[in-house]
Design a protein. Sequence first.
Length: 213
Amino acid sequence: METTQRTEQQRSADQRRRELLEAADRVVLRDGPGASMNAIAAEAGITKPILYRHFGDKGGLYAALAKRHTDALLDSLRAALDAPAERRERVESTLDTYLAAIEARPQVYRFLMHPAEGGTSGEGFDVGRHSAPLLRRLGEELATVIAERVDIGPESQQLARIWGHGIVGMMHAAGDWWLGENPCTRVELVRSLADLLWGRLAAVADRVGGPGF
Protein backbone atom coordinates (compact mmCIF):
# COMPACT_ATOMS: atom_id res chain seq x y z
CA MET A 1 0.00 0.00 0.00
CA GLU A 2 2.81 2.37 0.94
CA THR A 3 4.71 1.54 -2.26
CA THR A 4 1.60 2.20 -4.35
CA GLN A 5 1.14 5.57 -2.66
CA ARG A 6 4.76 6.54 -3.37
CA THR A 7 4.35 5.47 -6.99
CA GLU A 8 1.24 7.62 -7.36
CA GLN A 9 3.01 10.58 -5.77
CA GLN A 10 5.96 10.16 -8.14
CA ARG A 11 3.63 9.92 -11.12
CA SER A 12 1.87 13.08 -10.01
CA ALA A 13 5.20 14.89 -9.51
CA ASP A 14 6.40 13.80 -12.96
CA GLN A 15 3.16 15.03 -14.53
CA ARG A 16 3.48 18.38 -12.75
CA ARG A 17 7.09 18.71 -13.92
CA ARG A 18 6.01 18.07 -17.53
CA GLU A 19 3.32 20.73 -17.23
CA LEU A 20 5.87 23.24 -15.90
CA LEU A 21 8.28 22.44 -18.75
CA GLU A 22 5.47 22.96 -21.26
CA ALA A 23 4.74 26.34 -19.68
CA ALA A 24 8.46 27.18 -19.86
CA ASP A 25 8.47 26.16 -23.53
CA ARG A 26 5.63 28.55 -24.28
CA VAL A 27 7.49 31.44 -22.64
CA VAL A 28 10.75 30.57 -24.40
CA LEU A 29 8.94 30.47 -27.77
CA ARG A 30 7.61 33.95 -27.01
CA ASP A 31 10.60 35.58 -25.29
CA GLY A 32 13.63 33.56 -26.41
CA PRO A 33 16.78 34.31 -24.37
CA GLY A 34 14.79 36.92 -22.42
CA ALA A 35 12.61 34.23 -20.82
CA SER A 36 12.70 34.77 -17.05
CA MET A 37 11.76 32.62 -14.09
CA ASN A 38 9.11 35.21 -13.17
CA ALA A 39 7.48 34.97 -16.62
CA ILE A 40 7.59 31.16 -16.57
CA ALA A 41 6.06 31.02 -13.09
CA ALA A 42 3.29 33.40 -14.19
CA GLU A 43 2.62 31.30 -17.31
CA ALA A 44 2.35 28.18 -15.14
CA GLY A 45 0.06 29.96 -12.66
CA ILE A 46 2.41 29.45 -9.71
CA THR A 47 4.83 31.53 -7.65
CA LYS A 48 8.54 31.59 -8.36
CA PRO A 49 9.45 29.74 -5.12
CA ILE A 50 7.35 26.78 -6.31
CA LEU A 51 9.23 26.83 -9.63
CA TYR A 52 12.51 26.83 -7.71
CA ARG A 53 11.29 23.88 -5.67
CA HIS A 54 10.99 21.83 -8.87
CA PHE A 55 14.15 22.97 -10.69
CA GLY A 56 16.39 24.69 -8.15
CA ASP A 57 17.31 27.70 -10.28
CA LYS A 58 17.36 28.83 -13.91
CA GLY A 59 20.29 26.50 -14.57
CA GLY A 60 18.20 23.55 -13.40
CA LEU A 61 15.29 24.62 -15.57
CA TYR A 62 17.64 25.11 -18.52
CA ALA A 63 19.08 21.60 -18.05
CA ALA A 64 15.59 20.09 -18.05
CA LEU A 65 14.56 22.02 -21.17
CA ALA A 66 17.86 21.17 -22.90
CA LYS A 67 17.33 17.46 -22.24
CA ARG A 68 13.76 17.67 -23.50
CA HIS A 69 14.77 19.30 -26.79
CA THR A 70 18.00 17.36 -27.22
CA ASP A 71 16.17 14.05 -26.79
CA ALA A 72 13.69 15.04 -29.52
CA LEU A 73 16.47 16.26 -31.82
CA LEU A 74 18.51 13.08 -31.35
CA ASP A 75 15.48 10.94 -32.18
CA SER A 76 15.05 12.91 -35.42
CA LEU A 77 18.76 12.69 -36.28
CA ARG A 78 18.79 8.92 -35.70
CA ALA A 79 15.74 8.52 -37.94
CA ALA A 80 17.48 10.50 -40.70
CA LEU A 81 20.65 8.43 -40.37
CA ASP A 82 18.69 5.17 -40.43
CA ALA A 83 16.49 6.06 -43.42
CA PRO A 84 16.64 3.59 -46.36
CA ALA A 85 18.65 5.79 -48.72
CA GLU A 86 22.11 6.21 -50.19
CA ARG A 87 24.76 7.36 -47.70
CA ARG A 88 25.12 10.83 -49.28
CA GLU A 89 21.35 11.30 -49.05
CA ARG A 90 21.38 10.29 -45.39
CA VAL A 91 24.20 12.75 -44.67
CA GLU A 92 22.22 15.56 -46.30
CA SER A 93 19.02 14.49 -44.52
CA THR A 94 20.79 14.51 -41.15
CA LEU A 95 22.25 17.98 -41.73
CA ASP A 96 18.87 19.23 -42.92
CA THR A 97 17.12 17.75 -39.87
CA TYR A 98 19.37 19.72 -37.53
CA LEU A 99 19.07 22.98 -39.48
CA ALA A 100 15.31 22.60 -39.89
CA ALA A 101 14.96 22.15 -36.12
CA ILE A 102 16.79 25.38 -35.25
CA GLU A 103 15.04 27.25 -38.07
CA ALA A 104 11.60 26.12 -36.90
CA ARG A 105 12.19 27.19 -33.28
CA PRO A 106 14.87 29.91 -33.34
CA GLN A 107 13.80 31.33 -29.98
CA VAL A 108 14.28 27.95 -28.32
CA TYR A 109 17.68 27.61 -29.98
CA ARG A 110 18.76 31.07 -28.80
CA PHE A 111 17.54 30.37 -25.28
CA LEU A 112 19.60 27.17 -25.17
CA MET A 113 22.73 28.55 -26.84
CA HIS A 114 22.65 32.32 -26.22
CA PRO A 115 20.65 32.95 -23.03
CA ALA A 116 22.87 35.88 -22.07
CA GLU A 117 21.35 37.85 -24.96
CA GLY A 118 18.21 38.21 -22.87
CA GLY A 119 20.05 39.95 -20.06
CA THR A 120 18.94 37.36 -17.50
CA SER A 121 22.38 36.54 -16.13
CA GLY A 122 21.28 38.12 -12.86
CA GLU A 123 19.38 34.90 -12.18
CA GLY A 124 22.69 33.10 -11.74
CA PHE A 125 22.92 31.68 -15.26
CA ASP A 126 26.14 30.86 -17.08
CA VAL A 127 25.65 30.05 -20.77
CA GLY A 128 28.98 28.29 -21.28
CA ARG A 129 28.57 26.06 -18.24
CA HIS A 130 25.24 24.77 -19.54
CA SER A 131 25.46 24.79 -23.35
CA ALA A 132 28.83 23.00 -23.56
CA PRO A 133 27.49 19.74 -22.04
CA LEU A 134 24.60 19.84 -24.53
CA LEU A 135 27.03 19.97 -27.47
CA ARG A 136 29.21 17.28 -25.91
CA ARG A 137 26.20 15.02 -25.56
CA LEU A 138 25.32 15.51 -29.24
CA GLY A 139 28.94 14.75 -30.16
CA GLU A 140 29.02 11.54 -28.13
CA GLU A 141 25.67 10.39 -29.49
CA LEU A 142 26.77 11.00 -33.08
CA ALA A 143 30.05 9.19 -32.38
CA THR A 144 28.07 6.15 -31.22
CA VAL A 145 25.98 6.23 -34.39
CA ILE A 146 29.11 6.48 -36.59
CA ALA A 147 30.82 3.61 -34.78
CA GLU A 148 27.74 1.42 -35.14
CA ARG A 149 27.00 2.16 -38.79
CA VAL A 150 30.32 2.87 -40.52
CA ASP A 151 33.23 0.46 -40.84
CA ILE A 152 36.22 2.78 -40.36
CA GLY A 153 38.79 0.14 -39.50
CA PRO A 154 41.35 0.12 -36.65
CA GLU A 155 40.89 2.54 -33.78
CA SER A 156 37.29 3.00 -34.89
CA GLN A 157 36.06 4.10 -31.45
CA GLN A 158 38.51 6.98 -31.16
CA LEU A 159 38.06 8.04 -34.78
CA ALA A 160 34.26 7.91 -34.42
CA ARG A 161 34.46 10.22 -31.39
CA ILE A 162 36.74 12.66 -33.23
CA TRP A 163 34.40 12.71 -36.21
CA GLY A 164 31.28 12.91 -34.04
CA HIS A 165 32.43 15.95 -32.10
CA GLY A 166 33.92 17.54 -35.21
CA ILE A 167 30.69 17.20 -37.19
CA VAL A 168 28.59 18.54 -34.31
CA GLY A 169 30.98 21.49 -33.96
CA MET A 170 30.66 22.20 -37.68
CA MET A 171 26.86 21.95 -37.64
CA HIS A 172 26.61 24.17 -34.57
CA ALA A 173 28.97 26.88 -35.85
CA ALA A 174 27.58 26.90 -39.39
CA GLY A 175 23.98 26.76 -38.17
CA ASP A 176 24.54 29.57 -35.68
CA TRP A 177 26.03 31.79 -38.40
CA TRP A 178 23.30 30.88 -40.90
CA LEU A 179 20.46 31.48 -38.43
CA GLY A 180 21.87 34.89 -37.53
CA GLU A 181 22.72 36.17 -41.02
CA ASN A 182 20.55 34.10 -43.39
CA PRO A 183 23.22 34.27 -46.13
CA CYS A 184 21.79 31.42 -48.22
CA THR A 185 18.94 28.94 -48.35
CA ARG A 186 18.89 25.90 -46.10
CA VAL A 187 19.19 23.67 -49.18
CA GLU A 188 22.35 25.49 -50.26
CA LEU A 189 23.89 25.25 -46.80
CA VAL A 190 23.07 21.54 -46.51
CA ARG A 191 24.60 20.82 -49.92
CA SER A 192 27.76 22.79 -49.12
CA LEU A 193 28.28 21.16 -45.72
CA ALA A 194 27.65 17.73 -47.22
CA ASP A 195 30.25 18.50 -49.90
CA LEU A 196 32.74 19.32 -47.17
CA LEU A 197 31.98 16.09 -45.28
CA TRP A 198 32.10 14.15 -48.54
CA GLY A 199 35.72 15.10 -49.19
CA ARG A 200 35.32 17.98 -51.60
CA LEU A 201 38.00 19.95 -49.76
CA ALA A 202 40.54 17.19 -50.34
CA ALA A 203 39.39 16.74 -53.94
CA VAL A 204 39.86 20.45 -54.70
CA ALA A 205 43.33 20.38 -53.13
CA ASP A 206 44.30 17.38 -55.26
CA ARG A 207 43.03 19.06 -58.42
CA VAL A 208 44.98 22.28 -57.94
CA GLY A 209 48.04 20.47 -56.65
CA GLY A 210 48.27 22.44 -53.42
CA PRO A 211 47.54 22.00 -49.70
CA GLY A 212 43.96 21.64 -48.51
CA PHE A 213 43.98 24.98 -46.67
